[in-house]
Design a protein around this ligand. Sequence first.
Ligand SMILES: [Ca+2]
Ligand SMILES: [Ca+2]
Ligand SMILES: [Ca+2]
Ligand SMILES: [Ca+2]
Length: 392
Amino acid sequence: MKNPINSSIVSDKSTIKKFQQLKKRLGKLMLTGKFYALSLKKQHQLVRRFNRSYSQLNKITQGSLATGLTSIILASAPNEGLQAQTFTKEGTNLFGVTVAPTQFVDFDNDGDLDFFVTTPSTGETQFFRNTGTPTAPSFVQEGGTNPFGITAVVHQKMVFHDIDGDGDVDAFRTFNTTENIEFLRNTGGAFTSEITGKPFGLEVLGGLFDVGELTFADIDGDGDLDAFVGSKSTFTSDFLDFFRNTGSVTNPVFVKETSPAGFPSSGQPNFADVDGDGDLDVFLNNFNNSADDKFLWNTGSATSSNFVDAGSELFGLPDELNVFGDLDNDGYSDAFNGTMFYRNPKINAPASAPSAPIPTLSQWGIMILGLLIMILGVFYIRTKEFLLVEKR
Ligand SMILES: [Ca+2]
Ligand SMILES: [Ca+2]
Ligand SMILES: [Ca+2]
Ligand SMILES: [Ca+2]
């Protein structure tokens, strides 16, 4: 004889699974803009299915609110820019190189992006100068291996920024054998090791699992670079800590703080304003599981960020692609992996923060649906596992 409790569990699990699948599908369709390319009939069908699925879920969660999709729908519905954001794949072997950049930076201060390549397995660094123009790059390698006084350290990782605001690009280095961070100041065009340990308050806090990871970005929009320090692990979990720059552009002082809302606690973030609305979005590289690579959309502002997990394989970009730079100098971050150039479709105008376009009828329908769900529910999704604990 069938156990009624077990069959109820199976049925409820299936309802939750169906809802999650639909939520994922609908959320992805909306965030990639594909939802609005569907016929109105198909759009309505999907909305009706979501309605039904939501009702079923609501029954088994005793009226609790399913906030996940609601937040995605409310956040995404008015933003045509993100939905229509598909990068244009252009040519192969462009710009005179086939090597993948590690980081773009205007090293020679002539207004165009140059790039460095650091190879962790050998510890070697190469420099490619942009001999083209800011809108039509052309890269030529210069200085052989390990230029500008850089030494090779196996498994090192280097990042390049003007951290002291004197107009030249300095460098930081992390390692796989020590939690120390090394600061190399640019003095007259060559890098000189100046601090090894905790430069300006930066430190690897979670323990060194593999290579230390250091990423800089002005996440609070006050003009100075803030930092994210983590460690890449090949075996165990990695971590990611946020350090706000409480100093200035010329005198950095990094202090560990709680990460921005929605920011992940592990992985390597790659910052770029993908939707051109003036705030930094993030492509997250998850070291241990490339299936978990994802795009974190900044739904906040340049000074107050709020990240929403928007899924993976968006915008026509491969997830593993994470080197961004405005290579055509139009104000929008493009992407380049050494063989393929992905041009930003520049939907929004970054010069003035774009206001959300007026939603279409179908978008209004989705938003009203989302609002209804929010009004009807309470503030969290109660999972079946939680209910099972209660039943016991
Ligand atoms: Ca340059
Ligand atoms: Ca400098
Ligand atoms: Ca800052
Ligand atoms: Ca943005």
